[in-house]
Design a protein around this ligand. Structure first.
Ligand SMILES: Nc1nc2c(c(=O)[nH]1)N[C@H]1C(S)=C(S)[C@@H](COP(=O)(O)O)O[C@H]1N2
Ligand SMILES: [Mo]
Length: 367
């Protein structure tokens, strides 16, 4: 995917929204499942081909939604207790969910239409007990019951026993919506502070918190984990700029002597947390010019890191030429901490945190 470089905080916003909406989905989906679960026990389980398709699509929809939310939440804790690749499965399930939701709506469309065209009295008559996730059918005793269990939360849960509806549990519609509403607001309020500054004072549960970490910025991958504690502070460190077979090297002192640019840009992690910070360093364009390299082509960015998925990243030409893209040397007014990528790191506008490579070792212009 290509990310726009402008506005520079767009990715931070959409990513925060993505994670916060995912968290809000937990009470919503549990509430929805609560209202429809009696249908799980329908007898006969299958009433024909159409009914079978409808039920199969719902099974797929519910199953994939639950897996999607669960692995998404685990990912925000960077915990992967499942035997498959998170990213591939999360992307793929998104399509499964969209497709099965479309089928589900398609199957229910006649019912939805009837509901919106209803005229009060007639509705209950018309929809009867087939509509138990739509409204309160006030069941009449003696009317012929749908098989076994009917009724969702809407109004009262009730169960047909010997042709008579028996109230099962006293959950009122209003109480139900209040409980779901309060839980949703609560989970959002107590976690959104990792993504949105206004919620910061209420951040109780989120796996990350703003302003905590070296230089007031959270860290994901430590220098120790990346095994750069020696190479990053070595006197031999240079940044190599490779273009058309020629290599130009820059020591940190040489980088500091090039024109310095200050930018205010967020680190916005794919896991949802983000933080705005002040960075200072050499504009990528200026650095490439100093090395006699073109600034309108892709770059392969290499880290000192020994192994790890983000040792090498690609930077599209749109970032390379952007005024806000820096090889950063300073963070929030002081020398970049080793945990934040000393001696030099990438900071560019509008892209995921994983691509903001720390502990740079080389930049190679790809033809
Ligand atoms: N070399 C290297 N750079 C990296 C990473 C990494 O694992 N290795 N992690 C990235 C991730 S996932 C994020 S969100 C940003 C910010 O993470 P930090 O807080 O660890 O600096 O740095 C990125 N830079
Ligand atoms: Mo990240």
């Amino acid at each position: 995917m290509r990310f726009p470089t402008f506005p520079s905080q767009l990715y931070q916003f959409t990513q925060g929204l993505h994670i916060t909406a995912g968290i809000a989905c937990f009470p919503l989906i549990l509430g929805k499942l609560y209202t429809v679960y009696p249908q799980l026990f329908q007898t006969p389980p299958i009433r024909g081909f159409g009914h079978m398709l409808a039920r199969a699509s719902i099974a797929l929809f519910v199953g994939s939604s639950l897996v999607q939310l669960a692995i998404g939440l685990l990912n925000t804790y960077q915990w992967y207790p499942f035997p498959f690749n998170f990213k591939q499965v999360h992307y793929a399930l998104a399509f499964v969910i969209i497709g099965s939701l479309a089928i589900h709506i398609g199957v229910k469309l006649p019912l939805i239409q009837r509901y919106w065209r209803r005229n009060s009295e007639a509705t209950v008559e018309l929809l009867g007990r087939d509509s138990n996730d739509l409204l309160d059918p006030v069941p009449e005793s003696g009317s012929s019951p749908a098989p076994e269990v009917v009724g969702g939360f809407t109004g009262r849960l009730f169960r047909w026993i010997d042709g008579t509806p028996q109230a099962e549990r006293g959950v009122s519609r209003r109480g139900f919506f209040a409980a779901i509403g309060v839980s949703t607001v609560a989970v959002v309020t107590f976690t959104a502070g990792q993504s949105f500054a206004v919620f910061k004072p209420f951040n109780l549960f989120a796996p990350r918190a703003k302003d905590i970490g070296p230089q007031g910025l959270p860290i994901n991958r430590t220098a120790e984990a990346a095994q750069v504690t020696e190479t990053a502070v070595s006197a031999d460190w240079v940044l190599s700029v490779i273009a058309g077979g020629a290599t130009t090297t820059f020591t940190r002192a040489e980088l500091l002597r090039l024109p310095q640019t200050a930018v205010s840009l967020p680190i916005a992690c794919v896991e949802g947390w983000s933080q705005l910070a002040d960075w200072k360093g050499v504009r990528m364009r200026d650095l490439l010019a100093a090395a006699g390299a073109p600034s309108d082509q892709r770059l392969m960015v290499q880290s000192l890191e020994k192994e790890g998925g983000y040792r090498t990243t690609e930077m599209g030409a749109e970032y390379v030429g952007d005024d806000l893209t820096l090889v950063a040397l300073e963070l929030n007014g002081s020398t970049l901490d080793i945990q934040h990528g000393y001696p030099a790191r990438i900071i560019a506008p509008g892209r995921p945190g994983v691509l903001q490579t720390k502990w740079l070792s080389s930049l190679e212009v790809s033809a």
